[in-house]
Design a protein around this ligand. Structure first.
Ligand code: AMP
Length: 470
């Protein structure tokens, strides 16, 4: 795969490969920049340790990812916008020998270009590590091998059928949704059209960018699509070239599909499903009926089984946990030799997702989570991570976090907090303290309580607290 990408960059130097904020970058620029970073990594004779690549959506991030991959070093995208405390906790886990950031980029960009001599990545090497919310209170690093990535991209290439087109990027590089729109353009001689970070806060700019994109494929979360659909001008007239929308990461809702079909007649809508641990996605369904929203069928080298607590496969129509088995299953979490969710199943690698669902006529449906992991505005969040962050605060006696839902989607995260006796610590102070540890999308609404009501079996009764609030 990397050979194919590099050959394409060299063979078609004038093709535009990346567009951000009105600036178009060409293949030759990408190739030269990859070579500079690659040489820097190799000249410093660095062992195959993870490389932290820090920044936002910028051209050098893409060049760095490719350079690390070619040099045989796993890259770890670290978004600049995350709080310092979280960034430090990630860096402590990866112990990088190299951090590529804006200053290294500035230093390298004026160096003379060189050639890429050898692609060092092998199938079993880890190609990237993406950090997701962790239930123990620390973000956890998901390791994906080159073999996993190749299998994913081969599947996506045939699924999307795009060639010489423009692919719209929505996701930040710290999220695995971006893996699809990073590699697909490079493999299909297409161009990335980048929506700059935070652009959704400025509708006028966002819609100007969409109009200018000429994108034929958009890779989005359903939440982001809803945000676009909230504006009436999001319709064929704005993006006449748009042929396919690939959604992934969240439950798809009927009203999203109805609105999309009404505004973009004839559009192809693909619903993909899968966790970061299994390389972006493992199933896909072409959606044609807003009343029937499956996650579809698995890619050919991967199975998705519906199992019970004993990992026995269940029959058609029976509800159980989704177990992913095969080529897409990643290498596990960084620095954790064993995790109960990564397992061997009949001689193959498997991942127990924590999602429950069922199979009907060989098509899979996802019903929700068996635990307290949620999706909020497209972001994956372990409520337990917010809870442990709050419980670590000196002034907090106890905290419990829950998500309020409306129409099947999370509408708010609420933390009930009991402060230590005699402590004057209000919601604002609590919020300010956790802001140094958690990204903005994980900051809950804080509700102070004097005591926690308990259920009959002695657990915190969140339902009572939610009712008291209403
Ligand atoms: P992430 O690791 O951020 O990709 O999140 C993975 C989780 O998002 C899955 O385990 C599911 O809970 C949820 N998810 C992903 N895709 C879908 C989908 N198409 N429908 C329902 N839930 C989904």
């Amino acid at each position: 795969m990397l050979h194919k990408i590099i050959e394409n960059l060299k063979a078609n130097p004038q093709d535009v490969c990346y567009e951000l904020n009105g600036v178009a970058y060409r293949n030759w620029e990408l190739y030269h920049h990859v070579c500079r970073i690659y040489r820097y990594l190799r000249e410093n004779n660095l062992p195959q340790k993870p490389v932290a690549v820090c920044g936002q959506k910028e051209f050098y991030m893409l060049a760095s990812f490719l350079a690390c991959a070619c040099a045989g070093m796993p890259y770890v995208p670290i978004d600049d916008s995350i709080p310092e405390g979280r960034r430090q906790r990630i860096l402590e886990q990866i112990h990088p020998l190299v951090i590529i950031d804006q200053s290294i980029q500035t230093r390298l960009q004026n160096e003379p270009p060189s050639e890429l001599t050898e692609i060092c990545m092998t199938d079993e090497d880890v190609v990237y590590i993406i950090f997701t919310s962790g239930s123990t209170g620390d973000p956890k690093g998901v390791q994906i091998t080159y073999r996993n990535l190749k299998s994913c991209m081969k599947w996506l290439e045939s699924l999307c059928g795009v060639s010489n087109g423009v692919i719209l990027n929505q996701a930040n590089y710290g999220f695995d949704l971006s893996v699809a729109d990073l590699y697909l353009p490079l493999l299909t001689r297409s161009s990335h059209f980048i929506l700059e970070q935070g652009i959704q806060k400025d509708y006028a700019r966002l819609f100007r960018a969409l109009r200018q994109s000429h994108a034929e494929l958009a890779v989005l979360t359903p939440s982001f699509l809803d945000l676009l659909l909230a504006d009436k001008s999001f319709r064929t007239g704005l993006m006449p070239q748009l042929k396919t929308v690939l959604l992934c990461g969240e439950k798809l809702m009927r009203q999203t599909v109805e609105q999309l079909f009404a505004r973009f007649p004839g559009i192809r809508l693909i619903n993909c499903y899968g966790p970061t641990e299994c390389t972006f996605a493992v199933t896909s369904a072409e959606i044609t009926d807003p009343d029937d929203l499956p996650i579809g069928t698995p890619k050919s080298d991967t199975d998705v089984l519906v199992v019970n607590d004993q990992l026995e496969e269940l029959g058609e129509g029976e509800t159980g946990e989704l177990l992913i088995v095969g080529e897409s299953v990643g290498k596990g979490y960084l620095n954790q030799s064993a995790d109960r969710r990564f397992l061997r199943y009949k001689g193959r690698n498997a991942f127990l997702t924590g999602d429950y669902g069922y199979r009907k006529h060989d098509v899979l449906y996802c019903l929700g989570r068996t635990d307290t992991q949620i999706k909020w505005k497209g972001y994956r969040i372990e409520l337990a991570e917010i809870e442990s962050t709050l419980n670590r605060l000196e002034q907090v006696e106890r905290a419990a976090v829950t998500a309020k839902k409306r129409d099947g989607r999370v509408s708010r995260i609420i933390a009930f907090v009991q402060v230590k006796p005699g402590c004057c610590f209000g919601p604002n102070e609590i919020r300010n303290q956790i802001k140094t540890e958690l990204p903005a999308y994980m900051i809950p609404r804080i509700q102070l309580v004097e005591r926690f009501p308990l259920t009959a079996n002695g657990k915190v009764d969140l339902q009572v607290l939610l009712e008291e609030m209403a």
